[in-house]
Design a protein around this ligand. Structure first.
Ligand code: 26Q
Length: 836
């Protein structure tokens, strides 16, 4: 018997199903789909839709996941193993259906079940919307990580906010980005399971009281405006291993007694408005991929997530450790902070340990600093998060007190380490003085964590030498590198079935969880028949991509042309403008008849701009105008096509990656922390044209210079060249660039919009241009020429493509997670064996 804690009613164990009993064959699945379609969803002959079929299938699959989910949970519980919580304001999951079918190994049976019901699985799969709970790299990284953790049977739970609105949908109207809200939950989310029984109360505002309870002073945070955090669990299946981990997403709900005073005073509307204010916390994902200063709602989101996740862990701890002994808490728990966005968790854990569990500062600090670990994702100083002390104090006064105390103790450590060095104290302080005082979140994260990592070797080196130099001098052993990776299940096995089949035929299975096996493909690159097969797969994937481009942009691309692709958020440092300059140069060559040995090319560019980033939006318009002029010009024909792909997202990458020949990774050296798109392309046999930046450095190391089109200044050269950077001279001395700039100056791409691109042109001509776009023009054009020439020798190109796939093992997120686990988390894998 088990007891209901609330009602005290005794519940017989016979209620529980303890064996797996749901069939994995087509007929059991079809039967369950019909039952859910008719009974769970209540569909009848008047209300029949493809979406309901999709929902019925997902519920049938969720039932099957549920058995494995419980087993996994019991196994972790039985072992009382150490666990990691991955705290992230973003999880860019994309679609789940294909991934679930792949991981449960029931693609074939579900296909049969669906066709027995008279439908095509492919059509049903299109019904799923992307879960777009993230902006880009950082959010997708979190999604790849939970996939790898489940596949490696590591007890890791993801925590995120259950935003009602994910990243906006991008439409292009007259060449400009128009944002539309992404109400992805409008038709519900059949994957999730609401867990009201685990809800938590999150406090805001109020004031702090000092109370004497006999055994010394205690701090009490009182008169607060509380919000409930209600968790929804999303299953994360491992690859064919019986493990199902959890992504827990938290929704903000007003507390019942919320604004009862208003209500009782007859102010009904005000009382309801108060509820809405609380529930706004989980309304919308902020669409900036660099920090946005000062938005109070964003800080509320950060504290909401951090506190909910920590209280959730505390609840479990107190249940399993009666009497509240915290001495082993840090041995059993790790919190990985995905950038500084959840860094307030450091102060929140201190608060919970001291104020709610009566601990002394030093004991609480020892625990906190032994379970927090921080990952940095940026090298741009302007992207480091800062919050005005004033906002912090208003929203979370108790948390601000704790941050001040952390800082006071930290500064005295600095003072004894470097006596008299007040400048260093000011540089390192968690509080930035001067003007409006700010909390420096990265400093809080470094001081409060036992591990600080960058996301690629170059990035980590630059963090130690630059941004975090002072901290590295103080705590060299805290700093470590964890080069990013991507999951080969979604980005190879699922999105590139043709290549997967060829690989499996050649090497057997097992590569899906051990990409080092792919290195044996290298020996096949001399085998003519294999080259032909490889080329056929790529050709088929290019047809699929060309169909998407035609549908979404109305541009027809010849699948035999070189597909040159750059998809990522629009940012000056990522230099979509350099790409555009090259396109204009090719157009100029065509116009002047310089077409000897021409390689037909389709240039595809896609990505969202933060709605408030004016220049990034103007860059989108620029690319669209250039594309329109070129595509319309009869003199150009099929030799050059340019398209801007609207609404780039995870599910689009699943088509784009496999169909790409040449992957553009052309950021200013020293600016892109890692990049992960570069890895997805490489895995799918695209060759990279890139600078020595982020993880490109490691891709180059793996494939060798002969399989990579390297160009551009190095990070060190960028730093020295900056001092006497003279873009006008570069233009003067390069005839091709002069001609390109002339076309721009003559408004060739904005004949009806005079002056429209002046800001763009001006930014590149500016000697202070931080991204030094023109400095790399010549190198880029020459590298593109080498790529075009290599492509004309199809055997040579195919070999390069094979080598790229063969060498991608280092970029599997399984390798990344193995590194996190070996150096930071130290978890033991737990097989899911316990009966459900
Ligand atoms: C912060 C505060 C307020 C509002 C927004 C934000 C915010 C949100 C998202 C700041 C940054 C981000 C996202 C950053 C990001 O995606 N960075 C990328 O992370 C990848 C994974 O490590 C790297 O590969 C990329 O190089 C890096 O740019």
């Amino acid at each position: 018997m088990a007891k209901d804690e609330k009602s005290q009613i005794l519940l017989p164990k016979s209620l529980l199903i303890t064996e797996r009993e749901l069939g994995m064959d087509a007929s059991s699945i079809a039967a369950d789909m019909r039952r859910h379609f008719n009974h769970t969803l209540g569909c009848d002959k008047h209300s029949i839709s493809a979406h309901h079929v999709y929902e019925a299938l997902v519920i049938a699959l969720r039932d099957r996941l549920m058995e494995r989910w419980k087993s996994t949970h019991y196994s972790y519980q039985d072992k009382q193993c150490k666990r990691t919580q991955y705290l992230s304001l973003e999880f860019l999951m994309g679609r789940s259906l294909g991934n679930t079918l792949l991981n449960l190994d029931i693609q074939g049976e579900v296909e049969k079940a669906v066709s027995a019901l008279g439908l095509q699985l492919e059509d049903v799969m299109k019904e799923e919307r992307d879960a777009g709970l993230g902006n880009g790299g950082l959010g997708r990284l979190a999604a790849c990580f939970v996939d790898s953790c489940a596949t490696m049977q590591l007890p890791v739970m993801g925590h995120c906010i259950r935003y009602d609105y994910g990243i906006f949908k991008q439409r292009i109207e007259q060449g400009e980005q128009v944002e539309q809200p992404d109400h992805w939950l409008a038709c519900g989310n059949p994957w999730e399971l609401e867990r009201t029984e685990f809800q938590q109360r999150i406090r805001f505002r109020g004031r702090v009281e000092r109370v004497d309870e006999g055994q010394g002073f205690q701090m009490r945070w009182v008169d607060t405006d509380d919000v409930l955090a209600v968790p929804y669990d999303i299953p994360i299946p491992g690859y064919r291993n019986g493990t199902v981990n959890t992504l827990r997403v938290w929704k903000a709900v007003a507390v019942e007694e919320f604004d009862l005073t208003q209500f009782n005073a007859g102010n009904y509307a005000e009382a309801v408005a108060g509820r809405m204010h609380a529930e706004n916390i989980s309304k919308v994902l902020y669409p900036n991929d660099a920090s946005e200063s000062g938005k109070e709602l964003r800080l509320r989101q950060q504290y909401f997530l951090s506190s909910a996740a920590l209280q959730d862990v505390m609840r479990r701890w107190l249940r399993d450790n009666k009497g509240g002994d915290f001495s082993r808490f840090a041995d059993k728990n790790c919190f990985q902070l995905n950038d500084t966005h959840p860094a307030v968790a450091i102060a929140e854990l201190m608060r919970l340990l001291m104020d709610e569990h009566g601990m002394e500062w030093d004991v609480a600090w020892e625990i906190t600093t032994h379970c927090m670990a921080y990952t940095n994702h940026t090298l741009l100083p302007e992207a480091l998060e800062r919050w005005p002390v004033r906002i912090f104090g208003e929203l979370m006064p108790r948390i601000l007190d704790i941050i001040f105390e952390i800082n006071a103790r930290f500064l005295s450590e600095i003072a004894s380490h470097w006596p008299g060095d007040t400048e260093r104290q000011a540089r390192m302080s968690i509080i930035e003085e001067g003007g409006e005082p700010q909390v420096r979140m990265a400093h809080l994260a470094i001081v409060g964590s036992f591990s600080v990592n960058g996301v690629a070797a170059l990035h980590t080196k630059l963090l130690k030498e630059g941004l975090f130099k002072d901290f590295y001098e103080l705590w060299p052993r805290k700093f470590n590198n964890k080069t990013n990776g991507v999951t080969p299940r979604r980005f190879l096995a699922l999105s590139n079935p043709g290549l997967s089949e060829l690989i499996t035929e050649t090497l057997g299975t097992g590569w899906e969880t051990d990409l080092t096996k792919l290195k044996d493909l290298r020996s096949k690159s001399e085998d003519g028949a294999f080259l032909r097969r490889w080329r056929e797969v790529k050709r088929h994937n290019k047809e699929r991509l060309a169909a998407m481009v035609e549908q979404d942009c109305g541009v027809k691309c010849d699948p035999d042309a070189l597909f040159d692709v750059q998809v990522k958020r629009i940012h000056e440092y990522k230099r979509q403008l350099l790409n555009a300059l090259h396109v204009i140069h090719l157009y100029d060559r065509l116009k002047r008849g310089d077409t000897a040995d021409w390689t037909p090319r389709c240039v595809l560019i896609g990505g969202k701009a933060a709605p408030g980033y004016w220049l990034a939006k103007r860059i989108i318009k620029f690319i669209n105008n250039v594309a329109e002029v070129i595509n319309k010009d009869p003199a150009v024909g099929d030799l050059l096509k340019v398209a801007f792909l609207p609404n780039y997202r995870v599910s689009a990458m699943e088509i784009i990656g496999p169909g790409t020949d040449l992957s553009s990774q052309i950021s200013t050296a020293g600016k892109e922390a890692s990049g992960t798109g570069n890895m997805k392309f490489m895995m799918n046999g695209a060759v990279t044209i890139g600078t020595l930046d982020g993880a490109n450095v490691e891709i180059l190391e793996e494939v060798g210079e002969e399989n990579f089109f390297l160009f551009g200044l190095t990070e060190a050269e960028v730093t020295t060249t900056r001092k006497n950077y003279d873009p006008e001279r570069i233009i003067r001395e390069d005839e091709d660039l002069s001609r390109v700039m002339q076309l721009l100056d003559s408004a060739h791409f904005n004949q009806f919009e005079p002056g429209f691109f002046d800001a763009i042109i001006g930014s590149m001509r500016n000697p202070g241009d931080p991204w030094m776009t023109l400095a790399d023009f010549r190198g880029f054009v020459d590298a593109q020429q080498r790529a075009a020439q290599a492509f004309r020798d199809q055997d040579r190109w195919t070999k390069m493509s094979i080598v790229n796939t063969a060498c991608c093992a280092h970029f599997s997120s399984d390798r990344t997670i193995a590194d996190y686990n070996r150096d930071i988390w130290k978890l033991t894998p737990v097989a899911s064996e316990t009966p459900c």
